[in-house]
Ligand binder design. Structure first.
Ligand code: ZN
Length: 117
């Protein structure tokens, strides 16, 4: 099976290929999660292993994935923090935090996160 890794880049700051998407340095070295739905990526350039979710606002998030996707969807539609919090059913501070994370990239983040779930 050919994996599309063009959206990912090495997350090691010491790597020569750090931040370069589609550089051909990444391979899939494993899977994890309840349904093995997340990929573990491996950088051939620096031998660094990391989760495909690392570097996305989803990583380490305590909210369920679908709630985060929903949050970004509302932010992308310029709903505003207060409205978003109410519609998604999260604390206003939580919505504000994700709003800062997303910044002007809410639309792009939503599309990327939706692809994961
Ligand atoms: Zn690397």
């Amino acid at each position: 099976m050919v994996e599309d890794l063009s959206r990912f880049c090495c997350q090691s700051e010491r790597c020569l290929d750090h931040g370069k998407r589609g550089a051909g340095n990444l391979t899939v070295c494993g899977r994890y999660g309840q349904h093995e739905q997340h990929r573990l990526l491996y950088c051939r350039a620096c031998r660094y292993r990391f989760s495909e979710r690392k570097g996305t606002p989803l990583f380490g998030s305590r909210l369920p994935d679908n709630q985060v996707v929903s949050l970004f969807r509302h932010l992308a539609e310029r709903c505003g923090v207060r409205t978003t919090a109410r519609l998604v059913g999260v604390n206003r501070n939580t919505a504000a935090r994700y709003s800062r994370l997303a910044g002007p990239h809410a639309r792009q983040l939503h599309d990327e996160l939706a692809a994961f779930s």
